[in-house]
Design a protein around this ligand. Structure first.
Ligand code: AR6
Length: 183
């Protein structure tokens, strides 16, 4: 499923984000930046040592207390097809009334701004927070697409392609539904 919005191609696909050949893939990390399960574990495993080493340096020099929710940082991609990984920390779902929406919005917006600053033409996102962090898929999709839409309104055509890479059938189905409501 895909559509061109304000000069940017938005692609929704089912798949494993570690196989994507964009300039950067986004990692749904935790604030330690030291890896974990889910997509984070898969990215660190396939990308290798370089990612871990650069995350250690970022922790030491920039975020000794850990990367806050909603923020994003960039490392090289190591052995991945993507040359870079943008690590962002999604919010843990606590019912939806304690600012989760704003934090998740910031994850997408801050990651897109890093891609823009680096002149990337393609960035791929997983469904941040919808696994271990328990964010409902429909709510997550609405927030993802409203951040993408807002970004494109201000920065039309500067990034050529934004991919949403959904791992499960259910995530793909729900993100596709919300996508057609949005665009
Ligand atoms: N490619 C694309 N999507 C994937 C992949 C993959 N290879 N693997 C899983 N997903 P999660 P979170 C989907 O749990 O909810 C980690 O331990 C998955 O189906 O990876 O943000 C971190 O270290 C789900 O839809 O991330 C943190 O501690 C989505 O990616 C914590 O989990 C996000 O699921 C972060 O939790």
């Amino acid at each position: 499923m895909e559509k061109v919005i304000h000069g940017t191609r938005i692609v929704l696909k089912k798949g494993d984000i570690t196989e994507e050949d964009c300039d950067a893939i986004v990692n749904a990390a935790n604030s330690s930046l030291m890896g974990g399960g889910g997509v984070d574990g898969a990215i660190h495993k396939k990308g290798g040592r370089i990612i871990h080493e650069e995350c250690l340096r970022i922790r030491k020099e920039e975020y000794p207390q850990g990367l806050p929710e909603g923020e994003a940082v960039i490392t090289r991609g190591g052995n991945l097809k993507a040359r870079f990984v943008i690590h962002t920390v999604g919010p843990v779902w606590r019912g939806g009334n304690v600012g989760e929406g704003d934090l998740l919005f910031n994850c997408y917006m801050n990651s897109l701004m890093i891609a823009l600053r680096n002149g990337f033409s393609c960035i791929a996102f997983p469904a941040i927070s919808t696994g271990a962090f328990g964010y409902p898929l429909r709510e997550a999709a609405k927030t993802a697409f409203s951040a993408i839409r807002q970004f494109l309104e201000k920065n039309n055509g500067k990034i050529k392609e934004i991919r949403m890479v959904l791992y499960t059938d259910e995530a793909f189905r729900i993100f596709s539904q919300v996508f057609s409501e949005f665009f």
